[in-house]
Design a protein around this ligand. Structure first.
Ligand code: SF4
Length: 224
């Protein structure tokens, strides 16, 4: 089985609920979205044989005790067949899925082998369309596991789309952890003002039980 990869490395998780945990990151190629703030290169840099990938993961895990394997991208669920096979071969290792939360059918094919789901909720202004209904269905399946969701906030985020995102999350469960992540500024993207960050958190806390503001910490300490 061939696996289209961008890179594989050991580092700390820089975002969300498990920030600071040591992980092996397997970055799959390709994505089904084109977010305006995307700072990830998801072009394929090589086809790996599955066996070679497992050997490399095990080598990295032997070097440093590791919390989990982060399957990231791009969008890793485009490669759901590989995910199933990887998890089967790495039985006993925690599998952490970083996903844009839109590929519902693909999630259903792998959910049994996933331990933690870190899901983005995409706001319409950032991807040019509304995928809230996909997100609702995705969360309904993902909440069988350890699920948390992230919303990236930038200077163009509107109250209307933010409230809609909170309503969709709350309609699945008010106890889903929501991380508000201020955008890391790249060319053409405006930062969210700090005062707005606090207002967005206050709005979400009226409907959800746990809402945290956490920036991309790996950028602060300059690790991949
Ligand atoms: S879903 Fe993630 S990888 Fe894909 S375009 Fe958006 S930010 Fe980039």
């Amino acid at each position: 089985m061939e696996v289209p990869l961008v890179e594989i490395f050991s580092s700390v998780q820089g975002e969300g609920k498990y920030v600071g945990c040591r992980q092996v990151f397997v970055r799959f190629a390709d994505c089904n979205l084109r977010c305006r703030y995307c700072d990830t290169n998801f072009e394929c840099r090589g086809q790996w044989q599955l066996n070679d990938l497992i050997v490399e993961i095990e080598r990295l895990m032997a070097e440093v005790p590791t919390h989990s394997i982060s399957l990231t991208g791009g969008e890793p669920l485009l490669h759901w067949g590989v995910i199933n096979e990887l998890a089967r071969r790495l039985s006993g290792t925690k599998i952490f899925l970083e996903t844009n939360g839109t590929l519902v059918d693909e999630l259903e094919r792998v959910i049994d082998v996933i331990d933690i789901v870190s899901m983005d909720v995409k706001l319409p202004h950032s991807i040019g369309r509304d995928v809230f209904e996909d997100h609702r269905r995705f969360m309904s399946t993902a909440r069988r596991k350890d699920l948390y969701v992230k919303v990236v906030l930038d200077g163009e985020t509107t109250v209307e789309e933010f409230d809609r995102a909170v309503e969709v999350i709350g309609s699945v469960s008010r106890d889903i952890l929501l991380i508000l992540q201020p955008v890391t500024v790249v060319e053409g993207i405006r930062a969210v003002p700090s005062s707005d960050l606090l207002k967005f958190q206050a709005r979400a806390l009226r409907h959800l039980s746990d809402v945290r503001v956490i920036p991309q910490t790996h950028r602060l300490i300059d690790v991949p």
